[in-house]
Design a protein around this ligand. Structure first.
Ligand SMILES: Cc1cc2nc3c(=O)[nH]c(=O)nc-3n(C[C@H](O)[C@H](O)[C@H](O)COP(=O)(O)OP(=O)(O)OC[C@H]3O[C@@H](n4cnc5c(N)ncnc54)[C@H](O)[C@@H]3O)c2cc1C
Length: 442
């Protein structure tokens, strides 16, 4: 590369990396940008992977548009950062020089500590027994989909966001799914027990057998070496469940290996300041791999916010968005949004899971959660529940300010609530209006 343009290299062509180049292009600053992405596929919307697994969308429908300008190295893994020479070394032997480097390496699925299974999925991880597959990437979907046939028995281990997505998608293909979750209720990081009960009822209506308080302690495997194949799981109470497929969905771990090997500060994630810089001022980190003020968000909303902020800084380094006045990243819009939909035909555009309107049709189960969903002793909790329609709204207020909430079944108010939460101001009028607002959509 011989150019007088400043060279920006982005490692990772996922949610955060693609958003960054999209924003840089919008700001006219995408020349001289190179994206190094290990996945062989065109960039895609990871949040819609359950739709691909369910057979609802073909993979091309969830592709993200790629702006013209940047160079894309697909199917290429960055294996080392040479900070002395300011270059990224790739697994194909290429050295890509940089003036600014952005790490957007995301996270990997965690393999639970079961007998015969440990560490994280992905490059360098041990070969999994036949029939065991995590659910994080397009390759995972493409490997799981042909096995997900009617009558096949699957155990999804973990009832968080990913486990629920995977169970729902497999069930919609006719797979007999057991969803084993060690916590007391589904999605316990994001939902309260009442909302989780509605989610559970929804999954059960699709034929998923939900087991809470259920700790899977081992895989049942036949064969040895390369020929190992899963036969089921064993739970802590000693009981066995037969399975042809096991999908571990036990959380994710930030991919920090490149940064750590380069001597950058890494705790849970790659540590960044309010300007998303690592302790090397030429290197930034955004998205799931970044740790800001002690928090690794692991969600798409913050990944987008960080990419937007960094694009402004890189496009205008001396301006208000640049190094002159470092803007504070507040971690706003930490919103979990899940749209579970039934199979559909056709190849029209996939929905944006963060649009306030949702899809509004078909077999849809929408939920959004933000902030603190469990009220403390001093907090004020208001809720509205309609069990017949499967809808539920809850807000948590502290000193009159909105600090968290859950919407389930009907997301018309999501924009209004998100604004009230981000603004940090007491909502106008009586707080009950937060529950009854329709967000201007009806
Ligand atoms: C099925 C599913 C559903 C989800 N649903 C929601 C939801 O409803 N709401 C929500 O907020 N979040 C959701 N998430 C989480 C969300 O997708 C992530 O928070 C988001 O994708 C993070 O973006 P990222 O760019 O940091 O990481 P990723 O999107 O994971 O992208 C990282 C990319 O970097 C690549 N990479 C890593 N290391 C290297 C290397 N050394 N060289 C080259 N390339 C490399 C990886 O291959 C990957 O393509 C969901 C995730 C999944 C899997």
């Amino acid at each position: 590369m011989t150019s007088t343009t400043s060279r920006t290299v982005v490692v990772g062509g996922g949610t955060a990396g693609v958003r960054l180049v999209d924003r840089l292009a919008a700001l006219g600053a995408a020349d001289g940008v190179t994206v190094i992405g290990e996945e062989p596929h065109p960039p895609y919307n990871r949040l819609l992977l359950d739709g691909v697994l369910a057979g609802r969308y073909p993979p091309e429908v969830v592709e993200l548009p790629r702006p013209d300008g940047p160079a894309y190295l697909s199917g290429v893994r960055a294996v080392r950062i040479d900070r002395d020479d300011a270059a990224v070394v790739c697994d194909n032997g290429d050295r890509v020089p940089y003036d600014t480097l952005v790490l957007a390496t995301g996270s990997s699925a965690v393999l639970p500590p079961l007998r015969g299974l440990s560490g994280t999925a992905g490059p360098g991880s041990p070969r999994l027994p036949e029939g065991v597959r995590t659910f994080r990437t397009m390759d995972d979907c493409l490997a799981l989909a042909p096995r997900a046939r009617p009558g096949v028995r699957a155990v999804v281990v973990g009832g968080g966001l990913l486990g629920v997505c995977a169970a729902r998608a497999l069930a919609s293909r006719g797979v007999r799914v057991v969803l084993a979750h060690r916590g007391g209720h589904l999605m316990d990081r994001h939902l309260d027990p009442r909302a989780a009960a509605l989610l559970r009822a929804h999954l059960e209506s699709l034929g998923v057998e939900v087991r809470t308080g259920c700790r899977v302690r081992g895989l049942l495997v036949r064969g040895s070496g390369e020929g190992r194949a899963v036969e089921g799981v064993e739970t802590a109470d000693g009981s066995r469940t037969e399975a042809d497929l096991v999908v571990p969905a036990c959380g994710v771990r930030p991919r920090t290996g490149l940064a750590a090997a380069a001597g950058l500060t890494v705790r849970r994630g790659i540590v960044v300041d309010d300007g998303l810089r690592t302790d090397d001022p030429r290197i930034h980190a955004i998205g799931d791999c970044a740790e800001h003020r002690g928090t690794v968000h692991g969600l798409a909303g913050p990944a987008h916010d960080q990419a937007d902020l960094l694009a402004r800084r890189l496009a205008d380094p001396g301006g208000a968005g640049g190094t002159g006045r470092v803007p504070l990243y507040r971690g706003s819009r930490v919103l979990t949004r899940l749209t579970l939909t039934g199979p559909r035909t056709g190849t029209g555009p996939a929905p944006n899971p963060f649009s306030a309107a949702g899809e509004g049709a078909g077999d849809v189960f929408d939920l959004a959660a933000f902030g603190e969903v469990a009220a403390g002793p001093e907090d004020h909790e208001l809720l509205l529940s309609d069990a017949t329609r499967g809808s539920y709204r809850k807000v948590v207020l502290r000193d009159g300010r909105l600090v968290g909430g859950i919407l389930l079944g009907d997301l018309a108010a999501v924009g209004t609530l998100a604004r009230a939460w981000e603004g940090g101001e007491p909502p106008p009028g009586h707080p009950i209006h937060l529950l009854t607002t329709d967000g201007g959509h009806r």
